[in-house]
Ligand binder design. Structure first.
Ligand code: DAH
Length: 341
């Protein structure tokens, strides 16, 4: 009895579809609703399932589902025939205006972080620096130990570092690339190491992933004065001829002496504003003379060679260049933000 119902419904559907004008997709759609809609006939059969005995239900269920699949595919077929017929009709009868403008093809633009990275690489390449991109995953040796970072240093903490395995981590800074480089090169050399770094950090000015660029020069008689000179010219390249730099004493385990470099506020030219918190200066990065222990760890003679190193954040530079208020905008992929560049 029940399977007779199903057969009858199938026959009725086929008959109805045969009669429909295959050019009229609205009519086909009406049939779809009649059979497959929420209150449709096939849907109605499915609702009857609950009234059946346990013995009858599986077979009935299978038959109704087969019917549903059949009806769905027949309707799809009819719709595609209708669509093609409509197109052919338009092409035969209609006039196509080839002079109408096409839909615009939007050209992409380069990402502000990419631009900053390219600018930095160009600048240092012209000064004879080699570029080493390093690797995103480092061992404790490269990220900390060889950089003279003591075992109890807070940056090693799980709260600050993303560990991948025991003593293996997403690098927290690009400084480890210095070590790889010094292990495989003998001075004199100069190199930069741009790349992504990762920290357990997230607010308006800190992101869990951001980009840094490291720099390193090693030769005989390299002095702090040369470091200051290179960074001053670099800041002028990035922010214009008027910016000044200053170096404040600081501490990093891998440099001695160490300094923090500030640039005169790029928004107020040093007179003091909201963005520089009235100080007239903005922090750019760290630097210093390479610690002799780091040289020893890499097999370079600290009696013969000296060097300087520096590291700064690319995101921060992009934010200063374009007055971007939040670091998250740089990686958020929001078209409204990106299309401004
Ligand atoms: N690695 C430091 C950081 O992530 C930045 C840095 C400071 C790099 C001093 C250096 C340096 O090469 O000499 O905060």
């Amino acid at each position: 009895m029940i399977s007779k119902n199903i057969q009858e419904l199938k026959a009725a559907f086929e008959a109805e579809l045969k009669l429909v004008d295959l050019n009229a997709s609205t009519e086909i759609d009406a049939i779809r609703v009649k059979y497959l809609g929420k209150k449709g006939l096939v849907t109605g059969l499915l609702k009857q399932m609950g009234t059946l005995s346990d013995a009858d239900r599986p077979l009935f269920g299978k038959k109704v589902n087969d019917l549903k699949t059949f009806v769905t595919s027949e309707i799809e077929r009819a719709l595609s025939v209708a669509k093609e017929a409509a197109l052919n009709q338009k092409l035969e009868s209609g006039f196509i205006d080839y002079t109408l403008p096409a839909d615009g093809i939007g050209a992409g633009s380069t990402h502000p972080l990419y631009d900053v990275r390219e600018e930095i690489i160009d600048f240092f390449a012209q000064m004879g620096f080699e570029v080493d991109f390093g690797r995103d995953i480092e061992t404790d040796w490269y990220n900390f130990e060889a950089l003279n970072t003591p075992p109890d240093h807070p940056s090693r903490d799980m709260q600050d570092t993303f560990y991948v395995a025991d003593k293996v981590m997403l690098r927290t800074h690009t400084s480890g690339t210095q070590i790889h480089y010094m292990e495989t090169h003998q001075p004199p050399f100069r190199m930069i190491a741009p790349g992504h770094v990762f920290r357990v950090d997230n607010d308006a000015t800190h992101a869990p992933m951001f980009q840094q660029c490291e720099g390193l020069i090693v030769d005989e008689n390299i002095s702090f004065a040369q470091l200051k000179g290179v960074l001053q010219v670099f800041m002028n390249k990035l922010f214009g001829p008027h910016v000044k730099t200053r170096f404040r004493p600081s501490f990093f385990p891998f440099t001695e002496p160490s300094a923090e470099m500030d640039v005169s506020c790029v928004f107020c030219d040093g007179s003091g504003c909201r963005r520089c918190k009235g100080t007239g200066w903005m922090e750019i990065g760290g630097c210093g003379s390479v610690d002799p222990n780091v040289f020893k760890n890499c097999g370079i003679d600290p009696e013969k060679y000296t060097g300087f190193a520096f590291g700064f954040g690319l995101d921060r530079i992009a934010m200063l260049k374009h007055a971007i208020p939040e670091i998250g905008l740089l990686t958020g992929n929001d078209q409204r933000f990106l299309s401004q560049f």
